[in-house]
Design a protein around this ligand. Structure first.
Ligand code: SF4
Length: 226
């Protein structure tokens, strides 16, 4: 299946694929992305309304008492470290960029707690730039569909996707892959019987091989004991 056929199939499955972290501006998205490490977007969306209401600007969050930030985000895991991270991010935005979120990869990744993946999300979702953020879902799906090699690093996956997908589709494809990985091709128990990609999916082929081996083992005659 060609890349554009994969994208068309995914678009038919998830016509509303979009960023699921609630935010009203680039700074709020940056904070939400940092908070989303090792937790779900749904959990993050439960704590950010109160946090953003109390501290609506980088300046306000930069000056907030740390315990108060912790209190706002207590319901998600790792809240001690995450409170420090988002305050560090806010201080970076204030001190390095006068309180205005920057827009380039170089500037964004110079902020504390913002890596390449987060920068790509912000550039694509908030500033409409073509970018592919490779998170755990994008990585898994890309490897299963053969768009990247099993041992590729996250950066290698990103580079391969940028080479193989039309630039105009990068941001959309990123959301499609996330939705597909989050709701259909999950890490455990993917919905293979209903998937349009079984004919070339590596994971599916591996599962089939395993099932055939097991069946052959079961069918083999049991040797009588001497
Ligand atoms: Fe994912 Fe299964 Fe589809 Fe492969 S066949 S892409 S593992 S759902």
């Amino acid at each position: 299946m060609k890349v554009d056929e994969i994208l068309a199939a995914l678009t038919a499955m998830f016509p509303d694929a979009h960023c699921e972290l609630n935010h009203r501006n680039p700074f709020e998205l940056a904070v939400a992305v940092v908070l989303s490490a090792q937790t779900t977007d749904v959990s993050v969306n439960k704590v950010t309304p109160r946090l953003f209401e109390k501290y609506p600007t980088p300046q306000a969050l930069a000056e907030a008492p740390l315990e108060d930030i912790e209190d706002c985000i207590r319901r998600i895991g790792l809240y001690h470290n995450k409170a420090k991270s988002i305050q560090g991010l806010a201080r970076g935005v204030v001190e390095q960029f006068g309180g205005v979120m920057p827009q380039t990869m170089e500037e964004l990744t110079s902020l504390p707690g913002v890596g390449r993946k987060s920068a790509n999300v912000i550039m694509s979702v908030c500033f409409g730039m073509p970018a592919i953020a490779v998170d755990t879902h994008v990585e898994r799906v890309s490897k299963r569909l053969g768009l990247a090699a099993p041992k590729d690093t996250v950066l290698e996956v990103e580079k391969k996707l940028m080479r193989k997908l039309p630039k105009a589709e990068w941001s959309h494809a990123h959301h499609l892959f996330i939705f597909f990985g989050r709701y259909f091709c999950k890490a455990k128990n993917p919905q293979c019987p209903d998937c349009p990609f079984t004919s070339f999916c590596r994971e599916y082929k591996a599962q089939q091989k395993q099932a055939e081996k097991l069946a052959a083992k079961k069918a083999a005659p049991v040797k009588a004991k001497a």
